[in-house]
Design a protein around this ligand. Structure first.
Ligand code: TUI
Length: 310
């Protein structure tokens, strides 16, 4: 039912992209998603270039299906990663937290499909003009760095604003969300939070437990004063951020507090003083499953949701 020419051309069975979650989306998760018929993504985040090269090479051994790399444009080594994906013959690049316009020609000349993640119609249009193959329209229900608009408001406006395929992201955690997104006119969905608890996701057990225990109102946005709003689950660190922000702390102090906090949560399982990036849909995520089970369940449920209205 959810046939998408864009994903078929990529050789991807289900129109689903796994979110490029910083320090989470490694070769294990990306290859499992790709093997399950979705499009797995390795997140470059602000990791060292050599580490990302190793992850790409590991993923190539773990899957013969296409997978992509997400480039976080605020990273100091974004330019190096932009060249690395060309050297490694990566087929799909997604980008986040900025405008990838300056790399577009390079990637197109290497036959890479470019899918920028956007949070506004204006950037979607700019990306289309620059040669993007599709865009992910990401609402502020998402975890991590976010824009201003909700998925429900952003996605149909981006669909109307561009002629390239649009993929919806933000707040999609089960088949009902997939079905709803397709009603808005998209060709696919991007899912992050649900994959945090996938069996093949290598994050610390404490992080997974925190997601599984989350309620609807357990996420909060910090970082607005720095110009980089980030959605995280509430904990002591998030409360300290909110306190400093209320006191109009300097950007340096806020950045100092946040340094290394994501890795603290992901690797060490520090869920008190680590950053637990997650979307608002965390409250819906109640069980650990394989990527195959997650994807098949989502699309079966989406079909059922739509059949109900026929
Ligand atoms: O990028 C993401 N999600 C992320 S990146 C990240 S690492 C990070 N940590 C702390 C601060 C900043 C980054 C964690 N999660 N999602 C895609 C996304 N892109 N959401 C919003 C945007 C975005 C926002 C503004 C894209 C472009 C933009 O403006 C660019 C322009 O020139 O208009």
């Amino acid at each position: 039912m959810f046939n998408s020419v864009f994903f078929e051309d990529l050789g991807v069975k289900y129109p689903i992209i796994q979110g490029g979650m910083a320090w989470v989306a490694d070769s294990s998760l990306a290859s499992a998603v790709s093997n399950a018929g979705g499009l797995g993504i390795i997140a470059a985040a602000n990791a060292p270039t050599d580490y990302i090269r190793d992850e790409i090479r590991k993923a190539k051994k773990l899957t013969d299906k296409p997978f992509g790399v997400n480039i976080m444009l605020l990273s100091d080594n974004a330019e190096e990663i932009a060249h690395l994906v060309c050297e490694e013959g990566i087929k799909v690049v997604t980008t986040g937290a900025g405008n990838p316009g300056k790399y577009m020609e390079l990637w197109k000349s290497h036959g890479i499909k470019v899918i920028p993640v956007v949070a506004s119609v204006a950037l979607a249009k700019r990306m289309e003009r620059a040669g993007a193959d599709a865009v992910v329209a990401e609402g502020c229900e998402s975890g991590g760095h976010i824009g201003e608009l909700t998925t429900m408001a952003l996605v149909p406006q981006v669909v109307d604003g561009v002629n390239i395929p649009v993929i919806a992201a933000g707040g999609i955690g089960d088949g009902r969300g997939v079905a709803a997104a397709f009603m808005l006119g998209v060709q696919g969905v991007q899912v992050g939070t649900r994959f945090l608890v996938a069996n093949e996701c290598t994050i610390h057990e404490n992080y997974k437990k925190k997601i599984l225990a989350a309620k609807d109102i357990d996420s909060v946005v910090t970082g607005r004063p720095t110009g980089h709003p980030v959605r995280v689950l509430k904990n002591k660190l998030a409360r300290q951020f909110q306190k400093l922000e209320k006191e109009h702390a300097t950007i340096e102090d806020l950045e100092e507090l946040g340094r290394g906090c994501l890795q603290k949560a992901v690797k060490e399982g520090d869920i008190v003083m680590g950053s637990i990036l997650a979307g608002q849909i965390a409250g819906l995520v109640k069980k650990e499953q394989s990527c195959k089970e997650i994807i098949e369940e989502m699309f079966n449920q989406a079909e059922e949701a739509i059949i109900k209205f026929k």
